[in-house]
Write a protein of this length. Structure first.
Length: 169
């Protein structure tokens, strides 16, 4: 199957293990900071590598979404107030999760299953929305990747097999 024409998005992409994670959000929402935090979780068991920062080229091919960096920015991460830094990078990744960094009031504490999906270039992908520039987001993302790798998306309550219930106080 031929690849569809690609497009350039404002965002970042990181490879976590074998899963590409596309990070979206407004300028200053913490995408590059999130990538920097994720890179500190690189281990032999689960490699973490930059794919693209600030601009991501995506193309739909064979029912999958593939992300790569525009050539001039490959392997470079913007570290705010420091500059561009070379980091461990991969040329491309198959996107397996979309992370939207959103305003805090737009992030559901316990999202409904229908909010757990995004569609890009006609391809349905798991989606996670987190409050922008929040401490602990890298660990939240890694937890979501582990759930996806275990085939548990959207995340469900083990006892009920359904989605987490709203806690009433």
């Amino acid at each position: 199957m031929a690849a569809a024409p690609g497009m350039r998005l404002h965002g970042s992409c990181v490879l976590v293990g074998t899963r590409g994670v596309l990070l979206r959000g407004w300028a200053g929402s913490g995408k590059s900071t999130m990538v920097l935090d994720l890179l500190t979780h690189d281990t032999p068991e689960r490699a973490v590598r930059l794919v693209a920062d600030d601009a991501v080229d995506i193309v739909a091919a064979g029912g999958r979404l593939v992300a790569c960096a525009p050539p001039p920015t490959f392997g470079l991460l913007e570290i705010r107030w420091v500059g561009l830094a070379p980091v461990a990078a991969e040329r491309r990744a198959v996107v397996g999760l979309v992370l939207d960094l959103v305003a805090e009031h737009d992030a559901e504490r316990l999202p409904e299953p229908g909010q757990s999906w995004a569609e890009l270039a006609g391809i349905r992908l798991p989606r996670l929305a987190l409050p922008a520039d929040r401490a602990g987001n890298a660990l939240r993302l890694l937890t979501a990747v582990r759930a996806l790798d275990a085939g548990q998306w959207p995340p469900a309550c083990p006892a009920s097999g359904g989605s987490p219930s709203r806690i009433r106080t």
